[in-house]
Design a protein around this ligand. Sequence first.
Ligand code: ADP
Ligand code: MG
Length: 248
Amino acid sequence: MSTNTNFLLAIEDLTVSFDGFKAIEGLNFYVDSNELRVVIGPNGAGKTTLLDLICGKTKATDGSIKFKNKELTKLPEHRIVWEGVGRKFQTPSVYEALTVYENLEVSYPKGKSVFGSLFFKNTAEVDGKIREIAESIFLTDLLDRPADELSHGQKQWLEIGMLLIQDPELLMLDEPVAGMSVSEREKTAELLNRISKGRSVIVIEHDMDFVKEIASKVTVMHQGNVLAEGDMETVQSDPRVIEVYLGH
Ligand code: ADP
Ligand code: MG
């Protein structure tokens, strides 16, 4: 198969077996630079496992995951982050006792100062970046509030901000709008459309109205593999997709 591609992410023949059960089997999946890809599919299809494999939380049994032509399957999680892959889990994990500002500050990448974190904290550069990110995630007015005062949706945005401040080339989000209000969903769609201009984003999502607002290309997973792929209209009218997913 292809060994040198222009894809940001190229996954080929990926398989993971949990005690003989293949949660992902022979999967091929390609993502372009600056692409916003939505992954849908019934519960148990293997969507979360796919993200676990890309970020190194789960190790592949077989196959290849190339990010910028570099093989990720043998790298530890922290190296994959360092290569430019950010991943948000389903439940928000922010530091509840810290303010919004402090949550973003502790997420600022440490390796960027020659002096180490102790000496560069609160420099104008870091402060500027924190404010820029806060603006983009709709939290400028709440910078000084402890995170535990935020709504569920605002915590989700904060966690996205904590990833954005590390400037990943690939950002992966697992069901980011679950539990959000209608207006929070609309703002999240706007946010995702905006942040995918400068990076690639993979979003797992269930809410089809939300998917319609953001999706350019949709991958439908079923039983650990890709069932269908294409624009929303194409996959929505695919009889196999209707059978296993949309029909229910
Ligand atoms: P989805 O996110 O699409 O709902 P998952 O990726 O969470 O699906 O799960 C896919 C399948 O793999 C499920 O049958 C799940 O029970 C199984 N699975 C996921 N992780 C593990 C694990 N660590 N050990 C055993 N089985 C797992
Ligand atoms: Mg899942």
